[in-house]
Design a protein around this ligand. Structure first.
Ligand code: AR6
Length: 166
């Protein structure tokens, strides 16, 4: 079982083996946490994503972390919230699971996730948190030992604390 913790922090500052980016299908950068990660990692990050032909929703791709303290960035693409009946739950779970598998393949022990899809993509926060936590709890790790949910806004931080304390 993975050790799970929740913190409120800027994910770009974390000294972990891998941080996850809430990217878009182009992998070319954007706003929110994606923009912050690209700024902190430096221009080599965008260059490194060019070897991929983008990334499907629910999937993830790996690059190095360049100027970040983290060794790797796992670029995960969560779903845009539509009406809740467009496979959003399954696609969000898949984005988390794919990220865990990719980190495991790179022999990472520690990984930090932002609250994928809950910003610009509009996924309801509590629903997303339950999916994220359930997916991590169900995952059978090979090398991974610790998962950090790195919240940025108070609302997500309070939701995660409540679910994990219950
Ligand atoms: N560290 C940790 N979390 C952060 C940070 C940070 N530095 N900055 C924002 N967050 P969002 P999405 C939180 O909008 O909803 C981009 O343009 C934020 O509070 O970054 O998956 C991409 O290119 C929220 O809880 O990602 C895509 O086009 C969470 O990160 C699109 O946005 C996710 O919010 C993806 O939208």
């Amino acid at each position: 079982m993975l050790e799970i913790s929740v913190i409120k922090d800027d994910i770009t500052t974390l000294n972990v083996d891998a941080i996850v980016n809430a990217a878009n299908k182009s992998l070319a950068g954007g706003g929110g946490v994606d923009g912050a990660i690209h700024r902190a990692a430096g221009p080599e990050l965008k260059e490194a994503t060019k070897k991929y032909d983008g990334c499907a929703t629910g999937d993830s791709k790996v690059t190095k972390g360049f100027d970040l303290p983290a060794d790797y960035v796992i670029h995960a693409v969560g779903p845009v919230w539509n009406d809740g009946n467009s496979d959003e739950d399954e696609l969000l779970a898949s984005a988390y699971e794919s990220s865990l598998k990719n980190a495991d393949s790179e022999k990472c022990k520690t990984i930090a996730f932002p609250n994928i899809s809950t910003g610009i993509y509009g996924f309801p926060k509590e629903r997303a948190a339950n999916i994220a936590i359930n997916t991590v709890q169900d995952y059978e790790p090979e090398n991974l030992e610790e998962v950090i949910f790195c919240c940025f806004d108070d609302e997500n931080f309070d939701i995660y604390k409540k679910i994990l304390n219950d």
